[in-house]
Design a protein around this ligand. Sequence first.
Ligand code: ZN
Length: 79
Amino acid sequence: MERQQILDRYEWRPGTCFRHPSKGEVQTAHVKTIRPRVGPEEEVRACEDCVVQMEQERWVEAGRNGVDYQPGHAGETLL
Ligand SMILES: [Zn+2]
């Protein structure tokens, strides 16, 4: 899977990467929603590098478990 093909699966807008908050505002995609028991829902956003890395991890994990890999769900659990 090419980097650009992965990136095309996401909608990008400026935000803060959950792994790289020190980078400040970068292009980010929504990868997960955290629903705390109390308080408002929290959106987890990741930068391009992190999304690609998360997708690669999913791809490896899918291969290991013999399940189909579908890009575009970086923050969801695979199994
Ligand atoms: Zn990042």
